[in-house]
Design a protein around this ligand. Structure first.
Ligand SMILES: Cc1cc2nc3c(=O)[nH]c(=O)nc-3n(C[C@H](O)[C@H](O)[C@H](O)COP(=O)(O)OP(=O)(O)OC[C@H]3O[C@@H](n4cnc5c(N)ncnc54)[C@H](O)[C@@H]3O)c2cc1C
Length: 390
């Protein structure tokens, strides 16, 4: 019976993944979340705990020494970590974002070399697409990769790179043929230890303060040509194909942040007394809580459906990845803002976690393509006749 309804119920294995990650986060991630935010410091405790439990890059296939988690299990890991600490959830999320180009399009040699190291915890992976003057219009990038014998030489600046400086490995999109715009972009693996790689100062951010965001400088970085991912000129297509899959992980991050805020608000509403009774007794507040719960569940269902499409590689993944990310991030912003409302003045202070969650939620509407860009992507898919394959 259950095999006939695979989309609408989690398997026992997926439920077990959730339980294991939640236990780990309750013990080793949540207790540090406020301190990580307050001091804008790397969540080392979470990084260590996730690595020890093999949740740091769960998507890496078993053949490369990884946990071999499918797209839905990976989403559940990210959601549960984000429920405790959004900054920490960027460890598994960005390890997938950075390494997926290798997994999707890299040579067997690149996969053996880099996915095994990622799985073994020898180094994280970052994704370098954005530049100071190329954000939504990523194809307008200026970073150049010029062939020189058996090597390529890279020059340029990548901006807003999550985990820059912490990661050992970087997927870098660079222009190999300036005449061909998006078809003149190629993808490469650059290592932190390559001569000419350096990093800017950490950005001072509104939220996800524990997740380092820095510029990456490429100054005559010479790398062997076999570090190119896929064929020359396919880097932009690989970058976009990667985002189709990883936008689902940002949707999961958003669902997790929203769930964390809802959980806290529910507990608080039952404790806090005004007018001689718990504020949860007031219907005005009940309706707010009901809407929060309804929207979190809707976002979760959409995220899991998109994860199924990611795993199967369905032709409507581009629409679903964008829709899930856009919807779930808008829900996260609304639900975390309303959680602050439920706590009243206390919610506005750093003594309670919901203001951190509200600040953290904001980034999910911006990165991996702003929600305006997601709407452009969705509209293009709809207008080109892509049908949902539910
Ligand atoms: C904390 C953080 C972490 C990040 N991590 C990474 C990372 O690891 N790797 C990476 O490559 N990038 C990363 N980014 C970059 C992120 O993806 C970009 O910031 C994002 O794509 C938007 O680009 P932009 O900031 O240049 O904004 P812009 O493109 O300048 O956009 C500004 C505004 O204009 C709107 N806009 C732009 N074009 C259109 C249009 N055609 N129609 C309607 N509205 C439009 C946007 O929606 C936005 O509201 C990160 C960013 C942040 C802040």
């Amino acid at each position: 019976m259950s095999a006939e309804f695979p989309m609408f119920a989690l398997s026992e294995e997926h439920q077990a993944v959730r339980a294991a990650v939640r236990d780990l986060c309750d013990a080793k991630v949540a207790p540090y979340a406020a301190d990580v935010d307050e001091h804008a410091r790397y969540p080392q405790e979470a990084a260590d705990a996730l690595l020890a439990a093999d949740f740091h890059a769960p998507h890496v296939p078993e053949q490369y020494g990884g946990a071999g988690a499918d797209a839905l299990a990976t989403v559940i890991v990210i959601e549960e970590v984000a429920r405790a600490c959004a900054s920490s959830s960027l460890i598994p999320a960005v390890n997938k974002l950075g390494s997926l180009p290798v997994q999707l399009a890299g040579s067997e040699g690149l996969k053996q070399r880099y996915l095994t190291r990622l799985a073994a915890g020898e180094g994280g992976f970052s994704y370098c697409l954005s530049e100071p003057d190329a954000g939504s219009d990523a194809a307008g990038m200026k970073t150049r990769a010029v062939r020189d014998g058996d090597d390529f030489v890279l020059n340029g600046v990548k901006r807003w790179i999550t985990n820059a400086g912490v990661s050992e490995y970087y997927t870098v999109m660079a222009v190999t043929d300036p005449e061909r715009r998006s078809r003149g972009i190629s993808a490469f693996v650059v290592e932190k230890s390559d001569a000419g790689v350096s990093f800017g100062a950490p950005e001072r951010k509104l939220g996800i303060k524990g997740s380092p965001t820095r510029e990456v400088y490429l100054d005559n970085v010479r790398i062997p040509a076999d570090r190119m991912i896929g064929a020359e000129g396919t880097g932009f297509e690989i970058a976009m194909r990667t985002l189709d899959h990883t936008r689902v992980t940002i949707a999961a991050q958003a669902v997790g942040i929203a769930q964390g805020a809802l959980d806290y608000a529910l507990g608080y509403a039952q404790e806090r007394q005004q007018f001689g009774k718990p504020i949860a007794d007031f219907q005005g507040l009940q309706f707010l809580l009901a809407d929060m719960g309804m929207k979190v569940e809707t976002a979760r269902q959409m995220t899991y459906a998109a994860a199924g499409k990611s795993e199967r590689g369905d032709s409507d993944l581009t629409f679903f990845g964008a829709a899930a990310k856009c919807f779930a991030s808008d829900v996260a912003m609304e639900v975390t803002t309303n959680a602050v409302q439920v706590l009243g003045g206390y919610g506005f202070t750093r003594d309670y976690p919901v203001e951190r969650m509200m600040r953290d939620a904001k980034i999910t509407q911006i990165y991996e393509g702003t929600n305006q860009v997601q709407r452009i992507v969705m509209a293009r898919q709809l207008l080109s006749g892509v049908q949902s394959q539910l």
